[in-house]
Design a protein around this ligand. Structure first.
Ligand code: 13P
Length: 284
């Protein structure tokens, strides 16, 4: 099976100056959409599950579905935990076949974040797996937050240098103006900050909250060192759009396959578009 670590796919991305898409999954149709799109685009891909997704589907289902989907495929696939918040959760994922975990210690002080992340890194590296860390607060949509408050949540470049050096992470998620979920206006990314972080940190940078970020901003972020780009919300919207279309056009339809099947195609179209935008199409 073509499972690889995050460190490996991002090292290739760094050499080729592109980013790899990390798509969130929580059921069979989403896994199939991601893997089929990656196969058709010949793109390396990161499938990621959050703690919520693991709670919803069960870790055994997620790992079994992903294993089945990639069994006959030849593209490099990373199975990654998104926003793990405990040592135990990260270890459980590595035990069950994940090749990479994110430890999100962003709610802690810098010292505590470093110590907690280091603990995960030490074990994950000993097992040959990768770790993504987070510094700064990405959060949900931040409508009522003033510019000063926004700035305080962003990743501090000096702290990033120390965090990366002392925690030993393989990739760093930064807060530079993106947020999880949908945006009301156009997100304004702090490219100067990203540029500074990229110059002093020598590992790949991760952009969370990339759904709804305009293509030009995504391209600029990749130029400035972003190598992993997280997409969840746009897949949820595509799934829902696909289901709604069937239900509205055929109110009498009661075959789940006919209701969910078209949603898979909607998601595939989004994923392929992102892979082309990120520059990872044709790289597998
Ligand atoms: P979106 O909600 O913008 O898709 O972000 C997903 C993400 O960053 C998951 O960690």
């Amino acid at each position: 099976m073509p499972f690889v670590t995050l460190r490996e796919v991002l090292a290739d991305a760094e050499r080729g100056s592109y980013a790899v898409g990390a798509f969130n999954t929580n059921n069979m149709e989403i896994v199939q959409a991601i893997v089929e799109a990656a196969e058709e685009e010949r793109a390396p891909v990161i499938l990621q599950a959050s703690q919520g997704a693991l709670k919803y589907a069960g870790i055994r289902y997620i790992t079994a579905i992903v294993a089945a989907a990639v069994e006959s495929s030849s593209i490099p696939v990373v199975l990654h935990l998104d926003h793990g918040t405990s040592f135990e959760q990260t270890m459980l994922c590595l035990k069950h076949g994940f090749t990479s975990v994110m430890f999100d210690g962003s709610k802690y002080s810098l010292d505590e974040n470093i110590a907690a992340t280091r603990k995960v890194v030490d074990v994950a590296h000993a097992m040959g797996f990768s770790v993504e860390g987070e510094l700064g607060k990405i959060g949900g949509t931040e409508d009522d937050i003033s510019v000063d408050e926004r700035d305080a949540l962003f990743t501090d470049p000096g702290e990033a240098e120390r965090f990366v050096r002392e925690s030993g992470v393989d990739a760093l998620a930064v807060a530079i103006g993106t947020a999880h979920g949908t945006y009301k206006g156009e997100p304004k990314l702090d490219f100067n900050r990203l540029d500074t972080i990229n110059k002093i940190v020598d590992i790949p940078i991760v952009l969370h909250g990339a759904s709804g970020v305009p293509a030009d901003s995504v391209r600029r972020a990749i130029e400035l060192g972003v190598r992993k780009i997280n997409i969840d919300t746009e897949l949820r919207l595509a799934f829902t759009r696909g289901v709604q279309q069937v239900v509205q056009n055929n109110p009498g339809e009661y075959d789940p396959r006919k209701i969910i099947g078209p949603a898979k195609e909607e998601m595939k179209a989004i994923i392929k578009g992102k892979m082309r935008l990120f520059g990872c199409s044709g790289k597998a």
